[in-house]
Design a protein around this ligand. Structure first.
Ligand SMILES: [Zn+2]
Length: 84
């Protein structure tokens, strides 16, 4: 019997947040990206094996490693400036 094992990463944008970009040197809108790794059998993702987070600047594309903290930041109620 042949088993096909593998690893697969799935990246998805989980939200947008405003942070100061180190390259742009000003606050920019950045995408929070969650990458979930899966252990696959016959190409079917079965077991999640940890994830990682990254934040990408929408302006310059600089991607930095994020922490699970960003998920909390996204969940926090936003003080959005209305209008304009
Ligand atoms: Zn930037």
């Amino acid at each position: 019997m042949l088993f096909l094992f593998g690893l697969r990463s799935k990246a998805k944008v989980i939200g947008q947040l405003e942070r100061t970009c180190s390259k742009c040197a000003k606050p920019t809108v950045q995408s929070a990206i969650e990458t979930q790794r899966w252990f696959t059998v016959f190409f079917i993702p079965l077991i999640p094996i940890g994830g990682s987070y990254a934040i990408r600047c929408n302006l310059c594309g600089l991607t930095v490693k994020g922490s699970p903290e960003i998920k909390k930041q996204l969940a926090a109620p936003k003080a959005m400036a209305a209008g304009a």
